[in-house]
Design a protein around this ligand. Structure first.
Ligand code: FES
Ligand code: FES
Length: 177
């Protein structure tokens, strides 16, 4: 099979790779980049376990060829934690018991992150719709939806606190003038 050179930006890092044109992005992420957090379930676009975020959109990485992602910015589950701290979604999944066998979890987290990045305060129906392509055989979904709702609340509150803190600092700096 033909091979091509591509560059992927994964979790903020650039990777220059030679890939076979027949390989899916999922295969390259797992086998060439060694980022095995992204799971393969059906390899046919039906289960969502392979979900990653490409330029802001949740995408089934088994359904896109790696060379089609050339030059794109990709986030995998390994890119969620920052400075050694779990993402609020990860914290919330643990808190709400939304992880059982865990196989669906990376895909669930990435679909939820793509949603909250676009819509920080979604209602339950919107969350259900955004997660509809992600299958879970263990949890019955209730805890997952609850975890996403709770993470959204936490993230909105954290942002509000940070904004209030920044405003207070600006006001204080202004007093000294
Ligand atoms: S492994 Fe990609 S959708 Fe199932
Ligand atoms: S936790 Fe097992 S498939 Fe979802």
């Amino acid at each position: 099979m033909k091979e091509v050179d591509i560059e992927l930006f994964v979790n903020g890092k650039s990777y220059r790779l030679r890939v076979s044109t027949g390989l899916s992005l999922l295969e390259v992420i797992r086998d060439q980049l060694g980022l095995t957090g992204t799971k393969e379930g059906c390899a046919a676009g039906d289960c969502g376990t392979c979900t990653v975020i490409i330029d802001g959109e949740a995408v089934n990485s088994c359904m896109i060829l790696a060379f089609q992602a050339d030059g794109r910015h990709i986030t995998t589950v390994e890119g969620l934690a920052e400075d050694g701290r779990l993402h609020p979604l990860q914290e919330s999944f643990i808190k709400h018991g939304a992880v059982q066998c865990g196989y669906c979890t990376p895909g669930m987290l990435m679909s939820a992150k793509a949603l909250l990045d676009k819509n920080p305060d979604p209602d339950r129906r919107t969350i259900r719709e955004a997660m509809a392509g992600n299958l879970c055989r263990c949890t019955g979904y209730y805890q997952i939806i609850e975890a996403v709702e709770d993470a959204a609340r936490t993230m909105v509150a954290t942002r509000a606190t940070a904004a209030a803190g920044a405003e207070a600092s600006t006001a204080k700096a202004g007093e000294g003038r």
